[in-house]
Ligand binder design. Structure first.
Ligand code: C5P
Length: 401
């Protein structure tokens, strides 16, 4: 199951080779991938959406706007969902539109919104495949960072024999497996992540806590593990489980326990990401027995908790990357930049509570990432697992390559 948990968006354009895309979808699913399919309107003449939705176990999309139902397909969401967009077969017409940045169908708009890598497998007749304008368009795609699986030689639908056949689905599968194997960008790197809330006991049954679910940090742990990192997850109380067994999870309850778990391991780490919503204050001597309500109204004395991120920023070994989060309601950018400096972090992920769909308990988030020297990266609203990938991509871009 080399493609386990991988999300592949298969784009199919109008070529007779489209019938082979059905087999390819099946191969991806058999190898553990999650598959979604988009078709150009012409492709639906060669292979039916019903075949593809049955094989992919997901709805298939071919139009941006459905005039009968008035529905709109969210191409940005589709593009953000994918770890990889694979366009197979790629016809000469779709190729030229992609090279030109045109967007007159769902596949093209999805391609233009994709932040993930894109691989294409062209299929066309012999002379078309050799035409200088086709060769120039393929080169343009490569220059734009896409990868091309060259067409193969053999019998063509026109009856001619030569180069132009879409690579066999088994060969495309191998290419895609190699591609994912090459994404082990964090192999040999140790990463520590804090996640979840902390609970500060008042007495044996009550505590001060917050609404953090732990999702963001746990998705970060999974994303980094998928890319080969050795991950230690120091997690406050959270019901969410990580997907990767390789992650070492240390469950803690209080900020002080989290601090101890982090400081004991920080020296070993190449990267520390503080995603936990640590309670700023703990309770000074928590009662050892349940506080009764028939006595005097109790006074709870709070004491400041250690700032784990600030400690990591100040005490890191040379070369360790330190990243944190900021949840702001006003002067977002200014406050995020201040946090970057105050905590001596390399990177701060800002989520603004002013953005609908962003924040603690939601499944989505909208972030802006700030780094030193005025570095900044903005991203649209996306599911938290996708946000984790965008954060890891930014870490790679800014610090690892
Ligand atoms: O100072 P503030 O709580 O707004 O900063 C948020 C960032 O600092 C987050 O990355 C959070 O994980 C981290 N933090 C921490 N320890 C604390 C408080 C916050 O690691 N005691």
């Amino acid at each position: 199951m080399q493609l386990k948990n991988k999300k592949i968006l298969v784009g199919i354009s109008g070529s007779i080779a489209a019938y082979k895309a059905a087999h390819l979808v099946r191969l991806f699913v058999k190898n553990g991938a999650q598959v979604k399919v988009v078709l150009t309107p012409n492709a639906t003449g060669f292979v039916t959406p019903l075949t593809l939705s049955t094989l992919s176990k997901n709805p298939v999309h071919s139009v941006l706007f459905n005039s009968e139902t008035g529905e709109w397909t969210n191409h940005v969401e589709l593009a953000l969902w994918a770890d990889l967009m694979l366009i197979a077969p790629l016809s000469a017409s779709t190729l030229s539109k992609m090279a030109d940045g045109q967007s007159d169908n769902l596949l093209l708009t999805t391609y233009l919104s994709a932040k993930c890598p894109v691989i294409v497998a062209p299929a066309m007749d012999l002379d078309m495949y050799k035409h200088p304008s086709v060769l120039a368009n393929l080169q343009k795609l490569r220059d734009n960072g896409n990868q091309v699986i060259p067409a193969e030689k053999g019998e063509l639908a026109s009856g001619l024999d030569g180069e132009g056949r879409m690579a066999e689905p088994e060969h495309i599968l191998e290419f895609v497996k190699d591609f994912f194997a090459g994404t082990q960008t964090w192999a040999g790197k140790k990463v520590l992540i804090t996640a979840g809330p902390t609970y500060e006991p008042i007495d044996p049954v009550r505590y001060i806590g917050n609404r953090s679910s732990g999702k963001m940090g746990i998705h970060l742990a999974d994303t980094l593990a998928a890319r080969g990192a050795e991950v230690v997850l120091v997690c406050g109380p959270s019901r969410i489980r990580q997907e990767y067994d390789s992650i070492q999870r240390i469950d803690v309850e209080t900020a002080v326990q989290m601090f101890e778990a982090v400081t004991a391991r920080a020296a070993d780490m190449d990267c520390i990401i503080c995603a936990a919503a640590v309670a700023d204050y703990g309770v000074e001597n928590p009662a050892t027995q349940k506080i009764k309500k028939d006595g005097q109204i109790p006074e709870i004395k709070l004491v400041k908790n250690p700032d784990i991120l600030a400690w990591c920023g100040a005490n890191r070994k040379k070369g360790t990357i330190v990243a944190g989060f900021a949840l702001e309601t006003d002067n977002e950018e200014e406050n995020a930049r201040k946090k970057l400096e105050k905590k001596q972090a390399d990177l701060i992920v800002l989520n603004s509570l002013n953005d609908p769909g962003a924040g603690f308990e939601s499944d989505t988030n909208k972030i802006t990432i700030f780094g030193k020297e005025e570095r900044r990266a903005d991203f649209p609203l996306a599911p938290k697992n996708k946000i984790a990938e965008l954060i890891v991509n930014t870490l790679e871009k800014w610090f690892i390559q």
